[in-house]
Design a protein around this ligand. Structure first.
Ligand SMILES: C[S@@+](CC[C@H](N)C(=O)[O-])C[C@H]1O[C@@H](n2cnc3c(N)ncnc32)[C@H](O)[C@@H]1O
Length: 201
C-alpha cells in the first residue's frame, strides 16, 4: 500500500477490481448486506458499493487502517457504504448483523493463521443461511504454490513476517466445511489469484 495524493493507494486494487466485480456482480444480485473483512485502503468498497446500490456494503479493518478508508469514503461517498468497524480476526467475533455475503480480499496470507481459523469459524457462525463467503487471493493446492512468481511472493511474505504466507486451499476448505459452508466455485483470476465462493447451508 502506498500514498497516492493524500489517500492510501493500492495499484493492485485498481487492477483486480474489474475481474473481481465480474464474478461478484451476478452473485450479489439478491444480496442486501455485505461485510468486507480487511477493507485495506477502502478502494474495493468505494468502487463496488457504487455499482451495487441495492445493497449495503459494510467496511471493516484493524483500527490503524480506518483513517485511510474514511478518506476514500469521504472523497467518493455512496449512501449504501458504511464506515469501517474495528475487526481484528485474531481477537474479535463478527457482529451479529444478518450478513448475507462476507467478502475478503488478500487477507488470508497477511493475517496470522490463528486469525484465518477464527475468521472462517466466525463467517460460518454469522452468515445467514444461503449467504455467500467470497475469498480472493493466492492459494496453494496440495502443497504446491505456482507459478514461480507466487513462490517468490510467498518467500517475500515469510521473510517480512513469520506469520504471513500463502495458505493451502485444502486447509481453508476443510475449515469452511467445519463451519457449515460448501464450496460453490473456485475461479481462476488474473495475476495467479483465486476467487473462492462458499455458501452457508
Ligand atoms: C494486503 S491488505 C488487503 C487489503 C484489501 N482487502 C485489498 O484487497 O487491497 C491485507 C489486509 O488485511 C488486514 N488484516 C491483517 N491482519 C488482520 C487481522 N488480524 N484482522 C483483520 N484484518 C487484518 C490488513 O489490515 C489489511 O487491510
Amino acid at each position: 500500500m502506498s500514498r497516492h495524493t493524500d489517500k492510501p493507494f493500492s495499484q493492485a486494487c485498481e487492477n483486480n477490481r474489474g475481474p473481481i466485480f465480474s464474478v461478484l456482480e451476478p452473485l450479489l444480485k439478491d444480496k442486501s448486506l455485505v461485510l468486507e473483512i480487511g477493507s485495506g485502503t477502502g478502494q474495493h468498497a468505494v468502487w463496488f458499493a457504487k455499482q451495487l446500490p441495492h445493497l449495503v456494503w459494510q467496511t471493516s479493518d484493524l483500527p490503524q487502517n480506518h483513517s485511510g478508508i474514511l478518506q476514500w469514503l469521504e472523497a467518493d461517498p455512496s449512501p449504501n457504504l458504511r464506515e469501517p468497524i474495528a475487526l481484528d480476526m485474531l481477537a474479535n467475533s463478527l457482529p451479529e448483523a444478518g450478513y448475507d455475503c462476507i467478502y475478503s480480499a488478500n487477507t488470508a496470507h497477511i493475517m496470522p493463521w490463528e486469525a484465518v481459523v477464527n475468521m472462517l469459524a466466525e463467517v460460518g457462525a454469522q452468515l445467514l443461511s444461503n449467504g455467500l463467503f467470497c475469498l480472493y487471493g493466492p492459494m496453494s493446492y496440495s502443497g504446491v504454490i505456482a507459478p514461480a512468481s507466487n513462490i517468490q511472493f510467498d518467500q517475500n511474505l515469510r521473510q517480512q513476517a513469520a506469520h504471513m504466507g500463502i495458505r493451502e486451499f485444502h486447509d481453508i476448505n476443510r475449515l469452511t466445511l467445519d463451519a457449515g459452508l460448501v464450496l460453490l466455485d473456485d475461479h481462476a483470476m488474473p495475476a495467479n489469484n483465486r476467487l473462492l465462493v462458499w455458501q452457508k447451508i
